[in-house]
Every structure is written in C-alpha cells, then in structure tokens.
Ligand binder design. Structure first.
Ligand code: KIV
Ligand code: ZN
Length: 508
C-alpha cells in the first residue's frame, strides 16, 4: 500500500484562527503530542508574523526529533530568512513558501502580473532551497487559478528546487470530483511533476475539506495537510482524525496507509480542546462525545449480538479512555506511575509528586477516579504558568434568600489579601471579588463549564477566556466544586495574562 504523508498544520493554520491562539508552552505541548501521533510533518508556525511565533517555531524545531518541522514564509526574502532562522535546528527542517496564483488575488490583493508572481515564486523557492533540501511551494487559491498558469508556476517551482508542491483550496470552493480532476490534470500536464510530492490543503467552507482531500489522494496526491479537530481559518482545515481514520477504515477501497498512531488521536483532540477552551461538537466524526454512542434500540441490539453490525471502527483504535474505575484513594505511587505511563504520560519525579498529590486529593473527594479525570489533572498541570496570583481560601454563600456573596483570600506576589463581594450568583460574586482584589482591567470573553465524567460528584472543568491589551488567553480549572473550578480557571487566566504581558515587556 502506498503511504500518504500527514502534514499537520494545527499550530499554523489552526492557531491563526480567532479564539485558537496558544502561547509557546502550549504550542510545545501540542507539538509533543503530534510527535506521539507520529505525523510526518509539523507546521510549527509563521515565524515572520511575530516574535512569539518565531520563538515557538524555534523551540519546537529544537525539541522535536521524530517529525519534520516546517515554517511558513511568504515569497519574500525576509520571510524566508526568518523561517530558516527559526527552523534551522530541526532534525529535518522544511521551509514552506507560498504566493497567490489566482487572478482574483493577483488583481485585487497583490496587484501584480502573472509574470511578476512567477518570478517571485522562482526566487523564493531558490532562496529557500539554498538553506534546506526540503522546500514546499504552495500556489495559494489554486482551485480558482487558471489551470495553464497553475501548471506553469508548479513546473517552474519544481525546476527551482521545490520538493513538495501544495495545491490549496484556500477558500474551500472545490467539489470533490472537480478537485480530484485538478490533481489529475497537474499530473498529466506538468512535465516534471514526478520530481515532487503532490500535496493538498483543503478548507472546509462547504464542509468538503475531507472529501476533497480524499478525492485528491485517489488521483495521485501523496500528502494531505490537515489539523486536529479540523481547526483553521474560517470553517477550518481538513480534520486530521477524519482523513487518517478514513484511510485506515477504508484501506480496502483506498489501498493507502499513513504512519499515524491512531491510538493517540483522542488525546490530541482533547489537548487542543483544553488549551483553546473550545470543545468539539458532540456529533463530530471520530472525536465527538457521541461518535461511538449508540442510542437506538435496534443498533444496541445489533451491537450486543455482533459489533460489526453497527461499528466500523472501535473507540480503542483512536484511544478513547475507558471509563472504568482505575484507581482509588488507597492506590500507591507505583501503581499510579504505571497507570499514567499506560495513558501516555511519562512523568519526572517532580511531576509525579504534584500530580500524585492532586490524584489523592481528588480520590478523597470522589470515590471513583477515571482516566478522564487523570487527563484533566494532567491538562491542568501542563498548562500552569508562574503563579503571580494564588487562591488560598474561598467561601461562597448563595440561595433563594441570601445575596450571593464571596469571601476570598488570595496571595498576590507573595502577600496575603482578604476581601468579600456580591454578585448575581456565586460565580459572579467570586469573579467580581477576585477582579476587585487584583485590579484587573481584563474583559471576560467566555465562560463555560463541562462535566468530565458522569455523576453529581464529577469534576467540573471550567474554561475562562480573557482579553486585555489585545492579548487573549484561556484559563482552565477542574474541581469537584464548580465554584472552586471557576475561581481556579479565572485565576489561571489572570496568571496567563500577567505572564504574557510580562514576556512582551521583556522583549520590548
Ligand atoms: O489556505 C491556504 O492557502 C494556506 C496556504 C498558506 C498554504 O494556508
Ligand atoms: Zn490554509
């Protein structure tokens, strides 16, 4: 079976969409999960876009060993030089350079002639190739580009040294049969096409990104660009988990394979949701909460008799944690460490110390601790930033007659403070009191609560999104008491704001 290369753009196209921004620490965490997933290429970012992007790409390039690491660059010298600076320490660095090729973009956006764009593409690929043998060239808005011109620019890019040619459906306009035909056309009309890997990058504006990607591979494309949970500009990119599981589940028809370790898909999906605070819809293919839930009596009857009646793939194949009781309050440190290893978390002595303590605290409050709980604790741990603000104690009063009141004790820069305040409910009262004590000017953009497992003793997982001075952060908190989880999430977000504003000031 021929292999399809999986080029993950969660950290670049995915991250550039509103509400999905991540800080450097979070990006590194995602990159490590992508490495566990065993994708072929991680597109780590767009280094010229900002100092933060540059630093994130550089750190990812240094720490990732098993995947190629790509950096994006427009067809401009300064972009390519910056991309190279960021990615040069990678094991296997890739420069991905792009320019628009459709007449719409040339006329209204770039205001350049086709000849000029051809010239810029050649120069960009040549420059990138002077740095690294792995150069990808993308013809942006390829699906609305004149086909003869597209063939001409692709041929020139390959002659200049591009080793991968990417055909983006930038605006998600293509229809599968048409897109497959375009790939076929390029293969028949570009004389040197066999000297490069043909790649596709589909957006989901019409809900066809995965279908278009599959039509392309059926017509000879050998790399698919995609993102975890399908995140990306506007309606997103082709979803990695859908592309990969379609190839795995329908290998009988497609006769293709990928090297992705599919058992890591669920963890990757949850990590992105936790970091960005944006959950996937329940009916989302592969990773949605209902993706493996069979509700109909007829289906359940069939499943009980034989799984193949209604199950085309197993939840285990994507690594859905089993909701079985895993550990209790009497479990020892050794059993805990072994269990965490099974879940894919290799913890240092220091990490074991704090995670084990949190597990014990939780086991004290909650009779049963599930794998989902441990994933939540880990996410919480991973996303910690230096704690300028610490929640020491909190009391809330609410009810039908009481005015919702919160009394709090916080530590700010090592000093203890106490205060109390009212609000329109216990969460509002605690947020208002925290805001008053800290003097924050941040704006609350989002507040959401999720129950991690079933039962009234389940941990509530709260996400809080804040904005201040154009910096947007997500904070998370998990606790069996959802008011505590809310306060923790708010303080986590405030710590992140403080941390990011501080790093910004240092860089200036
Ligand atoms: O959608 C697009 O065209 C892109 C390119 C930069 C590949 O993201
Ligand atoms: Zn894109």
């Amino acid at each position: 079976m021929e292999k399809i290369l999986i080029f993950d753009t969660t950290l670049r196209d995915g991250e550039q969409s509103p509400g999905f921004s991540m800080n450097i620490q979070e990006k590194l965490q995602v990159a490590r999960q992508l490495e566990k997933l065993n994708v072929d290429i991680i597109e780590a970012g767009f280094p010229v876009a900002s100092e933060g992007d540059f630093e994130a790409v550089r750190k990812i390039a240094k720490s990732i060993k098993k995947c190629q690491v790509a950096a994006l660059a427009r067809a401009e010298d300064k972009d390519i030089d910056r991309a190279w600076e960021a990615v040069k320490e990678a094991h296997n660095p890739v420069i991905h350079t792009f320019i628009s090729t459709s007449d719409f973009h040339l006329k209204y956006q770039l205001r350049l002639s086709r000849e000029k764009v051809l010239d810029k593409a050649i120069k960009a690929v040549t420059r990138a190739r002077s740095y690294t043998p792995n150069v990808e060239f993308s013809a942006m808005d390829a699906t609305r580009t004149n086909r003869d011109y597209l063939c001409q620019i692709v041929e020139a890019a390959i002659n200049s040294g591009a080793t991968t040619i990417n055909i983006p459906d930038t605006v998600g306009y293509a229809i599968p049969q048409e897109f497959g035909g375009l790939i076929q056309y390029l293969r028949e009309n570009v004389s040197n096409i066999d000297k490069a890997i043909l790649s596709v990058h589909c957006h989901n504006d019409l809900g066809l990104a995965v279908a278009n990607s599959l039509a392309a591979v059926l017509n000879g494309a050998r790399q698919v660009e995609c993102a975890i949970n399908g995140i990306g500009e506007r309606a997103g990119n082709a979803s990695l988990e859908e592309v990969v599981m379609a190839i795995r589940t329908r290998k009988d028809f497609l006769q293709l394979t990928t090297q992705v370790i599919t058992e890591q898909i669920f963890s990757a999906s949850r990590l992105i949701s936790r970091i960005t605070g944006i959950n996937v819809q329940p009916n989302k293919a592969i990773v949605g909460a209902n993706a493996f839930a069979h509700e109909s009596g007829i289906h359940q009857d069939g499943l009980l008799k034989e799984k193949i009646t209604y199950e085309i793939m197993t939840p285990e194949s994507i690594g859905v944690p089993q909701s079985t009781l895993v550990l209790g309050k009497h479990s020892g440190r050794h059993a805990f460490r072994e269990h965490m290893k099974k879940l894919g978390f290799e913890l240092t002595e220091q990490e074991i110390k704090s995670v084990f303590k949190r597990f014990k605290d939780l086991a004290d409050k909650k009779k049963e601790v599930f794998d989902e709980d441990l994933h939540a604790i880990m996410a919480d741990e991973i996303l910690q930033v230096p704690e300028k603000y610490k929640l020491l104690n909190m009391n809330v009063a609410s009810g039908t007659v009481a005015i919702p009141t919160a009394t709090l004790e916080l530590e700010v820069n090592g000093k203890r403070f106490k205060d109390a305040g009212f609000g329109d409910g216990p969460v509002d009262a605690s947020f208002k009191t925290i805001a008053k004590m800290i003097g924050t000017k941040s704006k609350l953009l989002k507040y959401s609560v999720n129950s991690i497992t079933g039962g009234t003793d389940a941990q509530g997982e709260v996400t809080v999104r804040l904005e201040e001075n154009d910096i947007i952060v997500n904070g998370q908190g998990a606790h069996t008491d959802i008011i505590m989880a809310s306060a923790k999430a708010y303080i986590n977000a405030l710590n992140r704001l403080a941390h990011l504003s501080h790093s910004k000031q240092i860089k200036k």
